[in-house]
Design a protein around this ligand. Structure first.
Ligand code: SF4
Length: 748
């Protein structure tokens, strides 16, 4: 690997770093060099020696200087009287003043209302996801850390189902990410087939995965099967592209299991030795006929059979399962069927299959340790603890939907102070029913938030604005999969300062030092990282900064070697020690231990009475390369590439509703309405539309009531807050009924 700092002949320096956030991103850790001239980052280049990304970057990192030095960026702490929320009347203050205000308000609110009256919100993907709950538990002393997405529908459901059924973290596809020789490593075997299930990594670069690795594998000969309602770049090159009806993935998984089991195509030795509940699973999947499954999914029975056979008969093969699994009322079921497919075909932890991770031993563990610092009486008050015990067991966070209810009703108790960790909640980054959140959070006594730009959420709700540093401006570590299946740890190396911005962790540190120094004993950020990584990786944070990234040796078939269980015994870290095709934990929580399909509450099938008025299915949440959810809207070169919110409509559907390419279109259902611009395209099936999320307009008036136009394209206003799936996971972001009609403008 190259030098950490290169001094160029023209006096500039190049700093090697690995990216995470901010700007928003998943922990992928792409390698790059940042060129610094006169104290400013002026150029971004991919690092060809980085073992995963090999010098490739996407446009968001390539435009980093435009983001860092954007005229709209907030670079000093600011205060505004709570009575002025929604008005652009901020006063610049010092960090000391900001921290004094926070400490004073926190003290008054906890003394009057109890620590549980404090609630903290994280955004998706960004770095404070590692720290915000630890700060909430160990420092603020509240049990209510929340990811405010209905049904916690992002990544958590997949990981939790893996925790429950495998006792291991998210089973990532083996793309040789753990091996020194990468694809040419003698241990590695190319996946014969890769099933992309509700996932489009070329666009999303999801948690811990660099999307273009799929192209590497395609070039080397892996074949693809895609399961997606839309045609994607990869599905256009796939052997099979199953364009299922959105939200019916669980039924498809059941159908594939049925074919593989009934035709005897499963790995009987693996099933016999390492799984629990096979007969029960067999019985369950045979409660459906393939004809029924065809009717539910709209995927031809012949295609279901063909794909099931291909997957079972071509070992090794891998399944990548994505956000569409989580943003689904059937999310738990889909995850259950996918893991059952991987298990019964013997594709777990073999070269070219799906990798298993050893139990999380840093960062994630620290989060649980911080939760254990909560006073027992306070911990019992975590919102949702009784209603969703499975959710709490895996996540140790408050349930988002019940938090919204509590904000609105004061039941089980009043919430009085909110802290936003880069969560632009009102701009549909993730949460359903943003107007309900807005109305509820306006009533708080005190709100503090940390972010980089004045967002609709900040303008509407913050009283104290804490300015956050980008990854070029702070030290940090990148943990793919947040430590749940980490192939390597990388260093974010600071190279410049911008204004008075501080990293999310530095801010947490300062608050921790003030409010509970015993729980926050580290002298420096570097000490903290060293304490986290050294026991597992054997290196200090400074070593890591010099190395750039660090991998530990990887072993396949860990279940045979006693590497998955804390007691060192063979098998899996589950109650039975086996992969639980029938979940004993689900049974303990009073839930069906086997997968099933259930229609969500707002489709033309579950609500035939509304089907005539709202005949279409809307799916949302697909990624664009030019933004990370609601971020990057003010970056001009990215906005030029994606100037308006787009709704994809099939030509047949467009003709039916008199809509032409480029028309403004209202999308409406009983829960809400949003306006986007029509993109007529055959990549989507007739009767289904895909609407972009996360839109607001930084160029518009930021004050209330306009709030940067945030209410105009609030696509998540169409998502009900009452369609939560099994165990409290999943919500139907991918399949709600709607109607569309042409309107004159975005302001109609
Ligand atoms: S995926 Fe794109 S935005 Fe994320 S770190 Fe890599 S280059 Fe940057």
């Amino acid at each position: 690997m190259g030098e950490r700092i290169i001094e160029c002949s023209d006096g500039r320096i190049k700093m090697r770093t690995c990216a995470w956030s901010p700007p928003g991103d998943h922990p992928v850790g792409c390698g790059m060099y940042l060129t610094v001239e006169d104290g400013k980052v002026v150029k971004v280049e991919g690092d060809p020696q980085h073992p995963i990304t090999n010098g490739r970057l996407c446009v968001r990192c390539l435009t980093l200087p435009e983001y860092m030095y954007n005229e709209k960026r907030i670079i000093h702490p600011m205060y505004r009287d709570p009575k002025d929320r929604g008005k652009d009347v901020w006063e610049e203050i010092s960090w000391d003043q900001a921290l004094d205000i926070i400490v004073e308000k926190w003290t008054a609110i906890k003394d009057k209302w109890g620590r549980e009256s404090i609630v903290t919100f994280q955004g998706t993907g960004r770095e404070p996801a590692l720290y915000h709950s630890s700060l909430t538990y160990a420092v603020l002393g509240s049990p209510n850390a929340v990811f405010p997405m209905s049904g916690d529908s992002c990544y958590g459901p997949r990981c939790s189902v893996a925790d429950f059924l495998l006792g291991a973290g998210y089973p990532e596809m083996d793309y040789a990410q753990f091996l020194e020789g990468r694809y040419d490593d003698p241990q590695y075997e190319l996946p014969k087939y890769i099933i992309l299930w509700g996932k489009d990594p070329l666009f999303s670069n999801p948690d811990g995965f660099f999307g273009h690795s799929l192209i590497d594998l395609m070039k080397r000969g892996s074949k693809f099967i895609t399961i997606d309602p839309r045609i994607t770049w990869i599905s256009a090159r796939s052997e099979y592209a199953l364009q299922l009806r959105p939200g019916t993935d669980a039924a498809l998984g059941i159908g594939m299991l049925q074919v593989i089991i009934n035709e005897g195509l499963y790995d009987s030795e693996f099933v016999e030795k390492w799984t629990f509940g096979f007969e029960e699973l067999k019985q369950r999947v045979n409660e459906y006929t393939l004809e029924e499954i065809e009717e539910i999914t709209t995927v031809a029975k012949e295609d279901i059979i063909a794909v099931a056979r291909i997957y079972a008969q071509n070992s090794p093969s891998a399944i990548m399962w994505g956000l569409a699994v989580d943003t689904n009322s059937n999310g738990t079921q889909v995850g259950h069927t996918i893991m059952s497919l991987i298990a019964i075909t013997g594709n777990f932890d073999i070269p070219g299959g799906n990798t298993l991770s050893v139990p999380a031993s840093f960062m994630g563990k620290w989060r649980y340790e911080c939760a254990n610092l909560l006073e027992p009486e306070i911990r019992k008050k975590m919102i949702g603890l009784e209603r969703y015990p499975g959710f709490q067991a895996a996540h140790v966070v408050a349930h988002p939907d019940l938090v919204l209810d509590a904000l609105e009703t004061g039941d089980p108790y009043e919430l009085k102070m909110a802290w936003f960790f880069g969560s632009n909640m009102l701009a549909n980054t993730s949460n359903a029913q943003p107007k309900r959140w807005y109305e509820a959070l306006r009533k708080m006594e005190f709100n503090v938030g940390q972010d980089l730009f004045m967002t609709p959420t900040a303008m509407a709700l913050y009283d104290v604005f804490l300015p956050v540093a980008t990854f070029a401006e702070h030290e940090g570590v990148v943990l793919p999969h947040f430590g749940r299946n980490t192939h390597m740890v990388s260093a974010m190396n600071k190279c410049v300062d911008v204004g008075e911005c501080k990293s999310d962790l530095e801010i947490c540190f300062w608050i921790g030092k003030r409010l509970n120094p015993d729980a926050w004993p580290w002298e420096t950020i570097a000490d903290f990282f060293t304490q986290q990584i050294q026991p597992v990786m054997g290196i200090t944070f400074e070593d890591l900064q010099d190395e750039g990234w660090h991998m530990n040796a990887f072993e396949y078939r860990k279940y045979e070697k006693g590497l998955l269980r804390p007691d060192g015994a063979q098998g899996f870290n589950t109650p039975t020690g086996l992969i639980e095709l029938e979940s004993s934990l689900y049974e303990d929580w009073g839930e069906d231990p086997l997968p099933y399909f259930a229609e969500n509450i707002l489709t033309p099938f579950s609500r035939p009475d509304l089907a005539e008025e709202f005949p279409l299915i809307m799916t949302t949440g697909g990624r664009e390369t030019t933004s990370f959810h609601s971020e990057h809207r003010q970056i001009k070169s990215l906005r030029r590439l994606m100037p308006d919110p787009l709704v994809q409509i099939n030509p047949e559907t467009a003709i039916q509703y008199g809509i032409s390419n480029g028309d403004w279109v209202a999308i409406e259902n009983p829960f809400g309405r949003a306006i986007e611009k029509a993109l007529i395209t055959e990549i989507i099936k007739p009767g289904i539309i895909h609407a972009q999320h996360g839109w607001w307009y930084p160029e518009q008036d930021g004050e209330e009531p306009n709030l940067f136009g945030v209410w105009k394209s609030t696509i998540n206003s169409l998502i009900p807050h009452k369609a939560i799936g099994k165990l409290g996971f999943g919500s139907p972001y991918k399949n709600v009924m709607c109607k569309i009609y042409k309107v004159d403008s975005l302001d109609s």
